[in-house]
Design a protein around this ligand. Structure first.
Ligand code: CA
Length: 357
């Protein structure tokens, strides 16, 4: 039946094709066709490719609904150049060399100093950002087009079929809406990993790391009226992966299974120092990707929000007091998550990917 539908659709989109050509296409691409039929979402990931970004990348490649059309790589867990290098190398390792990588921001909005990664971030993600594991360096290069214009161009091209999942500093998204104010009406969905509403931050009492890196840009984005889903520490810290989980990836005996097990084990060891109360590591970034295509995993609170930019509340994400009763708030803040359902989905999805690579 799927084969028949595909033949009909090829015929519709290729009116001048000869029948022989149509049949050749069907025979040679049946497996890809079945996969393509499930892919309902075109996605751009905005990463600062450390370890949980690498997990988010793997999840986006493996979820049957997602077609990853590009990655914008930025500063944050690593420098922008390290982010580009890590992203290209991981894409190659996972046999997705078709996914283009674009350069994102290299520092916070208006910042004059070159960004340098703090010692605590180096401790959590390793000197190379991916747990000091060795992943073969890609020979590919990033695209010449910059990441911000790629996002704007893609929203015009794919409209509501495009999802943006940003799991690094909010600098790129702010640049996008400054450059294209109508972006919010064009794109299908925006999900960010960032912020903390009902729990304390992971940088200080208030601030979560992604927002802390660029509160001014984040505030511009939060108060812009752009609809988005906030996947913050409120739910990400409830989702844990342990070394018994990574052992199953290691036991697959594949290159990617071992690399990811090494990477995440490093992350879990770092968590033992920074968050000794957690049994493993939190799945911050991959949860944001999963929530974008599986919204039933979470409960949300609709809220107008702002980000603190004063010395006292730098990076705090909180409700906008003056808009508490305004209709149609722009932020869906995730406040609860089906923990086991997500963790099982995540583990199983990545296991299938690592089996093949
Ligand atoms: Ca990240």
């Amino acid at each position: 039946m799927k084969k028949l539908i595909f033949i009909i659709s090829i015929a519709l989109f290729c009116g001048s094709c000869h029948t022989e050509k149509k049949e050749n296409v069907v025979v040679s691409t049946e497996t890809n066709t079945e996969n393509a039929e499930k892919k309902t979402v075109k996605m751009i990931l905005d990463l600062d490719t450390g370890i949980d970004d690498a997990m988010a990348l793997a999840y986006a490649l493996a979820d049957p609904q997602i077609e990853l059309i590009g990655v914008v790589a930025s500063y944050g867990n690593v420098t922008v150049d390290e982010s580009i290098r890590n992203t290209l190398s991981i894409l190659d390792m996972l046999n997705h060399k078709e996914v283009p990588v674009f350069r994102g921001a290299d520092r916070a909005l208006g910042e004059k100093e070159t960004y340098s990664v703090s010692p605590i971030i180096r401790m959590i993600h390793g000197e190379n950002g991916i747990g000091n594991t060795t992943v073969a360096t890609s020979s590919r290069k990033m695209e010449e087009q910059d990441g911000v214009s790629f996002m704007i161009e893609s929203a015009k091209k794919y409209g509501k079929g495009l999802y943006i999942v940003a799991v690094g500093p909010v600098t790129n998204l702010d640049a996008v809406i400054q450059k294209e104010p109508d972006f919010k009406n064009q794109v299908g969905k925006i999900v960010i990993m960032g912020g903390a509403l009902i729990v304390e931050g992971n940088i200080n009492h208030y601030a979560e790391a992604n927002v802390f890196h660029d509160p001014v840009a984040a505030n511009n984005f939060f108060v812009s009226g752009t609809p988005f889903t906030m996947v913050g520490l409120d739910i990400t810290q409830r989702t844990n992966l342990t070394k018994s989980d990574t052992q199953k990836w290691r036991d697959l005996g594949t290159v990617s299974g071992k690399a990811y097990a090494d990477m995440v084990d490093y992350y879990i060891d770092a968590y033992k120092i920074s968050k000794p109360d957690l049994a493993g590591c939190a799945l911050h970034d991959p949860l944001a990707v999963a929530v974008s295509v599986h919204p039933d995993l979470v409960k949300t609170l609709s809220l107008y929000m702002k980000v603190g930019t004063t010395k006292e509340d730098w990076g705090r994400t909180i409700g906008e007091y003056g808009k508490m009763n305004d209709p149609n708030p722009n932020v869906e803040v995730c406040v609860d998550v089906k923990v086991q359902e997500f963790v099982d989905l995540f583990k199983d999805t990545l296991t299938e990917l690592f089996k093949k690579n």
